[in-house]
Write a protein that binds this ligand. Structure first.
Ligand code: NDP
Ligand code: KPL
Length: 335
């Protein structure tokens, strides 16, 4: 039987996944809030620009206002701060046997489950590198991993089917420990978020500000460990090395920086939201819960709290992008 998917949030990640699912033979429809993007996809199709050439798919697309009344399997790829509102919107439309998978950064599954139920929530970790570069056009900025599993319970047939349906993209990891990947991504992602404080490339900034970056990762991963999470490595990120000594962290960052140099996407989605789109970011939604979990466990997270605050000040115009902010982070880590 042909699988059917609705992608809610057909931007960089949702758009990329949609085209690959379509090219593998799945029946895919899109829902997106960006009217210009929706109009462009209707007129010209959805285009993924890859170094090896472009992929094009003509897919049905609607805005939330003219979306279908009933939804089955949903892949949610909106920014994390939109998750609560969008999951509340999906819930009354979701078929009894429908489900929602979070294809996002951060810990969105519990929020989704609070609206649609834990049994209708699928968990995912996505380390793709992509950007919407214009209405209807997504740039594939490099290859990374995807992991899929259930939010509550062991790997199921629907998870295996989704992994199979993504075969045109590649081979997702199917696991009972998506949380281990999501928390590791929060550790890795903390460095990527910090790079948005300056107007330079992610790899270069991580390389130049190792003291602050390593301390930031250690904070996030220490909270994860206190939460009982078994951290998972992915791509070039080795979480255990950041919890070991300075030499291990340095060696891990050498590998990470070399890997980031192979990606054509050089700036984070957070940098892009602030510098290109001029919009609020998902950082408080992603890292507020890390700080709160640290407080519950008695683990101080001063650098993570500082980072969230600095990003909010940046996105509200109180400060400007400047590498001096990362020097300040290095200084706090040294203190
Ligand atoms: N881009 C990347 O390389 C990676 C991103 N991620 C994660 O994936 C998630 C999605 O990010 P990304 O794809 O980059 O984001 P994008 O901004 O490219 O895409 C999100 C899309 O969702 C739309 N949207 C917002 N609200 C709604 C709504 N209510 N209903 C339908 N669509 C809506 C947005 O429209 P509008 O712009 O009008 O708000 C936008 O077109 C994030 O959590 C991100 O951290 C993870 C790994 C890598
Ligand atoms: C940096 C990247 C691409 C890593 O997956 C990311 O998470 C983002 O841009 O939001």
């Amino acid at each position: 039987m042909t699988s059917q998917y609705t992608i809610v949030g057909a931007g960089a990640i949702g758009g990329t996944l949609a085209v690959h699912l379509h090219l593998a033979g799945a029946d895919v429809q899109l829902i997106d809030a960006d009217a210009a993007h929706v109009a462009a996809v209707r007129e010209h199709g959805l285009r993924i620009e890859q170094p090896s050439g472009a992929l094009l798919a003509n897919l049905p697309i609607s805005t939330p206002d003219d979306a279908p009344e009933q939804l089955g399997a949903v892949l949610l790829a909106v920014k994390a701060q939109a998750t609560d509102g969008v999951a509340a919107w999906i819930a009354p439309r979701l078929a009894d046997d429908g489900w929602v998978a979070s294809m996002q950064n951060g810990l969105n599954e519990a929020t989704i489950a609070s609206h649609v139920g834990a049994d209708r929530t699928v968990a995912a970790f996505v380390d793709l590198f992509a950007d919407v570069i214009g209405p209807g056009v997504v740039q594939d900025g490099g290859i990374g991993a995807i992991a899929l599993g259930e939010h509550a319970g062991p790997v199921s047939d629907r998870v295996r089917t989704l992994a199979h349906d993504l075969r045109h993209w590649g081979e997702p990891i199917v696991t009972d420990n998506v949380d281990g990947f999501l928390w590791s991504k929060l550790g890795f992602g903390a460095m990527l978020v910090a790079t948005a404080l300056a107007d330079a490339d992610m790899g270069d900034l991580i390389d130049r500000h190792r003291r602050g970056m390593h301390a930031l990762v250690r904070e996030v991963l220490s909270v994860a460990t206190a939460e009982g999470i078994a951290l998972e490595g992915f791509d070039a990120f080795v979480p255990g090395d950041y919890l070991a000594g300075a030499a291990e962290a340095d060696a891990a960052t050498d590998g990470l920086v070399a890997w980031l140099a192979t990606q054509t996407k050089k700036r984070s989605g957070i940098w892009r939201d602030i510098a290109v789109r001029g919009r609020r970011t998902e950082v408080p939604t992603q890292y507020g819960p890390v700080v709160a979990a640290g407080q519950r466990h008695g683990i101080p997270t001063p650098l993570t709290a500082w980072l969230v605050d600095a990003i909010v000040r940046l996105e509200t115009g109180a400060i400007a992008m400047d590498e001096a902010h990362l020097a300040e982070l290095d200084g706090m880590a040294a203190a």
